[in-house]
Design a protein around this ligand. Structure first.
Ligand code: UT7
Length: 397
């Protein structure tokens, strides 16, 4: 079978079959799971240890369905237009909009942070879902550009006041939100979690080479969030999914770590001992044409696999909502799946490629403008660095 870049490789299977998790809730399957409790503010030792001693264990019902009950999004204030970029690199509004569909993007400025955007997006999702911060039991932060090397899920949890939740980060580039969403449904089905915030956020502007016209025109910063809630199996809104990765394609899209080991550490006698590695990340490097080809070939296959698991066909979905990378990719995938353009959600003209944020950002806009209605079925897919790609078929509410 061909890998993501179309090279023959035995290791990648486009239509991988999975054993389905048992759906019924049986007494013997009920389990008690550990909840890691964190203090909402300060006092790690006192607050965490006190709460953990009283509330470490909570009975959980496993085998539940999951549904999306709220969404939210946030973007930075600073808007950069194509004309602005044409003053920095040799390009034009016409070239960018014809080749990509992008006209504007938002970029972090001042004291804005990824964490701040993530918290604002998550607040919107909680508000729409009528769920209090204390009722959330897991925050999944999907990002490749955290404010801290060690991730920022726990900081988002802290700033939201989700004091009964634990949190972790997922790094899967532009597929991050899809991976996070699927992970949330597994925690509900297999772990009995009730309310999970899935936040997709990225601030790739931190790693853009503003002298490279092949990449700087594409990316923008944003965050989007959904609240995934446990429900009965009859209401299950996550209908099918499909996930892939292929590291052979890493060379086509990356931002590798780079080490500066030019300064030696000396001992007390002034003798040089070793050069410590002071590392940072390179700017984003991309072979646009190869990534384009990969997306147009692999994304329709992945959506078809997820549709098959859901027992649906492309003609029966209400909306196609792809990672917002390039309008030409979105159009090509829609054409392959024979989905008419009036069923395709797109907002990348205003925000560019916002990586892990793009799907929940577009979903939030579509829900709040009344486009996506309760009961609508959405086929969504993420794809990008790794290479990683995956799809989810989901019902809104
Ligand atoms: O979320 C991660 C996923 N990333 C993606 O999905 C990106 C996928 N790739 C793409 O979206 C497209 O490949 C790009 C938009 C990045 C590039 O479009 P393209 O149609 O593949 O252009 P190209 O790279 O083949 O370049 C065509 C020409 C070249 O000039 P020559 O060699 O024909 O003289 C480029 O130098 O366009 C030139 N070019 C530009 N011209 C004006 C490249 N970038 C620009 C630019 N403005 N910004």
């Amino acid at each position: 079978m061909a890998n993501a870049l179309g090279i023959v490789s035995p290791s990648v299977h486009c239509f991988r079959r999975r054993n389905r998790a048992p759906l019924g809730l049986h007494g013997s399957e009920k389990k008690t799971a550990f909840i890691c409790l964190a203090a909402a503010d300060g006092g790690v030792e006192g607050r965490v240890l006190d709460s953990a001693s009283s509330r470490s264990y909570r009975p959980r019902a496993v085998g539940m369905g999951s549904k999306l009950v709220g969404c939210g999004s946030a973007v930075p204030k600073l808007l950069i237009s194509n004309d602005d970029l044409a003053q920095i690199v040799e390009t034009s509004d016409e070239w960018i909009s014809v080749r990509t569909g992008i006209r504007n993007r938002r970029v972090l400025s001042g004291n804005e942070t990824l964490g701040g955007l993530a918290v604002d997006a998550a607040k919107g999702a909680l508000q729409m879902a009528h769920v209090e911060a204390e009722e959330v039991d897991l925050v999944i932060m999907c990002t490749s550009t955290p404010d801290d090397l060690f991730g920022c899920g726990a900081q988002v949890q802290r700033d939201l006041g989700c004091k009964n939740a634990w949190a972790f980060d997922i790094t899967a580039a532009c597929s991050g939100f899809v991976v996070g969403l699927i992970s949330a449904t597994r925690f509900i089905k297999g772990g009995g979690f009730q309310n999970i915030l899935v936040v997709g956020g990225d601030v790739l502007s931190r790693y853009v080479d503003w002298t490279d016209r092949g990449t700087c025109i594409l990316f923008g910063d944003a965050a989007g969030a959904v609240l995934v809630q446990a429900c009965g199996n009859d209401e299950d809104g996550l209908l099918g999914f499909d996930l892939h990765s292929d590291g052979h394609g890493q060379r086509q899209l990356n931002a590798p770590a780079k080490d500066d080991d030019s300064n030696f550490i000396s001992n007390n006698n002034g003798t040089s001992l070793f050069p410590p590695k002071k590392s940072s990340y390179s700017c984003i490097q991309m072979n646009g044409k190869e990534v384009f080809r990969f997306a147009v070939r692999c994304v329709p296959q992945s959506i078809e696999a997820a549709l098959e698991e859901a027992g649906l066909t492309s003609s029966s979905i209400d909306w196609l909502l792809l990672h917002q990378a390039n309008q030409r990719i979105i159009d090509a995938v829609a054409t392959r799946l024979e989905i008419p353009s009036d069923k395709v959600i797109s907002n990348l003209a205003n925000y560019g490629n916002t990586s892990a944020a793009s799907i929940p950002l577009a979903l939030d806009e579509a829900v709040r403008t009344g486009k996506v209605q309760a009961g609508n079925t959405i086929a969504t897919a993420g794809f990008g660095a790794g290479l990683t790609w995956g799809s989810v078929i989901m019902r809104w509410k």
